[in-house]
Design a protein around this ligand. Structure first.
Ligand SMILES: [Zn+2]
Length: 472
């Protein structure tokens, strides 16, 4: 049942902007457009702080909503007893994720992201690392290597060897140092990074049973040509690092998020015991960090389309779908704009203080801070509707920061009502596990006679509530 969708960012604000943008893309004024996530019957708020940070990062938050415990910023798949970057505080403090609980219950599992597959969010589903930046051994300090910690790409292939679907970016972390990239042959930055000389794609293949069909693809054409009835395991790595923004996407080499989700569900749905799928629209976050609101919002619209596609392919009779963000951003929308105004446009008045126009979208901090001749830049002199326009910010920073406010959680399907009200972020996976009868707390799943028995799996669920094809 549950499967979870997650996007770096949507708070209420962001989702509202997203619906305007979606409406305006369809040549409507925009305000009245309903996003797919707006149609979900239950809404809650999630408190996103990390154990050591008011304004969180994606590593600590992913650990919360995937593993069910809050963690320190920068750490993935470990409890708060692990200190960032300190390898020797990892052992004994590992925590497991809902992806692992689903796999242990015999369900199929998948990860789809627009970032690197070893980026913070997906890595909390399978890795235990004191530092989210340990993408491959090349990024690890010698001390951590000598203490026996493993990089996140290595852990992706070794920790849970039968993840059915892995799709996103991150090719370079899978190959030996300096190996030429298959797509960007002349780009040195796209080359393999691994100091240990391993070919993790080969290792991924070698771990799959001989009689099963496992496929590695690196471009959209190969992906869409697959006969999915004959795919048991799929590894798709479409870029050396993160995938391209949707607005810049190459339609030959890069699938969209909704295309990846469609393929993933088709593969995962073959398991009669159900599935868990984590979908991340991870570049929403990157667009905001760059102050590029248009990029961020187009990512969010694509995420919403993926949610709609997933809704068509599943039933809320037996599938719990949860849509949330890991954290917010310091992104605002204001200025008393009239109905129908482009959301990337100007407020209808000049500032009554510096007598200059301003855009409706602004950031609290970030790279869009611009002073020209000692004064705030006059935005009417620049192309503020450009895809890469960086909206003005109050404080100059090379990278805009996350925000600390609560984020929304939308849910539909079995037990979705448990996500209603204001919750700690780490409550979320416990709801999904409870609904799917996986993980540690199974007392409510079994008939009274065998209550508490781990052997009482999901198939003993009351059928009225969960048909056999229950899924995750
Ligand atoms: Zn971020």
């Amino acid at each position: 049942m549950p499967w979870s969708f997650r996007s770096s960012t949507p708070t209420w604000l962001r989702m509202s902007s997203c619906s305007w943008e979606m409406g305006q893309l369809h040549h409507n004024p925009g305000e009245e457009t309903r996003l797919e996530m707006d149609k979900f019957p239950f809404v809650a708020l999630s408190k996103t702080y990390n154990t050591n940070a008011q304004v969180p990062d994606s590593a600590g938050t992913a650990t919360a909503y995937l593993c069910g415990v809050k963690a320190n910023e920068g750490t993935v798949g470990v409890s708060a007893a692990t200190e960032r970057s300190r390898c020797n505080t990892t052992q004994g403090n590992e925590v497991t994720s809902i992806l692992r609980w689903a796999k242990d219950a015999g369900k199929s599992v998948g990860i789809v992201t627009t970032t690197r597959v070893n980026h913070a969010t997906p890595s909390a589903a399978y890795a235990h690392s004191a530092d989210r930046d340990w993408y491959s051994d090349n990024e690890m300090p010698p001390e951590a290597l000598s203490q026996g910690c493993k990089d996140i790409a290595y852990q992706l292939m070794h920790n849970i060897r039968d993840i059915e679907v892995i799709m996103g970016g991150g090719r370079k972390y899978m190959y030996p140092k300096n190996k030429t990239d298959v797509e960007y042959e002349t780009d040195e930055k796209a080359r393999g990074t691994r100091l240990d000389g391993l070919d993790l794609v080969d290792i991924w293949k070698s771990f799959k049973p001989r009689h099963k069909h496992s496929h590695f693809v690196w471009n959209r054409t190969e992906l869409l040509a697959l006969d999915l009835y004959n795919v048991d395991y799929l590894l798709g790595l479409f870029e050396p690092g993160d995938m391209q923004y949707e607005l810049n996407r190459n339609n030959v080499t890069d699938p969209s998020l909704s295309e990846m989700v469609t393929v993933a569900i088709q593969i995962l749905q073959k398991n009669p015991r159900g599935f868990f799928l984590l979908v991340e629209g991870g570049r929403i976050d990157h667009g905001h960090h760059e102050g590029k609101a248009k990029q961020a919002l187009h990512e969010a619209v694509e995420m919403d389309q993926a949610i709609g596609q997933a809704g068509i392919m599943t039933s809320s009779e037996d599938t719990l779908t949860v849509v949330t963000a890991d954290h917010s951003h310091v992104f605002t929308f204001g200025g008393y704009t009239p109905r129908g105004n482009s959301i990337f446009g100007l407020a209808p008045m000049l500032s009554d203080t510096d007598k200059k126009p301003f855009t409706a979208i602004l950031y609290g901090n970030g790279p869009g801070y611009k002073v020209v001749g000692g004064e705030r830049e006059n935005v009417s002199m620049v192309d503020y509707a450009h895809n890469n326009y960086q909206a003005q910010s109050a404080v100059p920073l090379r990278h805009e920061t996350h925000g600390g406010e609560d984020v929304a959680v939308f849910s539909k399907g079995p037990m979705a009502h448990l996500l209603h009200g204001v919750h700690e972020q780490n409550y979320i996976p416990h709801v999904m596990a409870y609904a799917a009868c996986i993980g540690a707390n199974l007392d409510h799943c079994a008939p009274a006679s065998s209550a508490g028995s781990l052997a009482a799996g999901p198939l003993l669920l009351p059928l009225a509530l969960f048909p056999l094809s229950v899924l995750f």
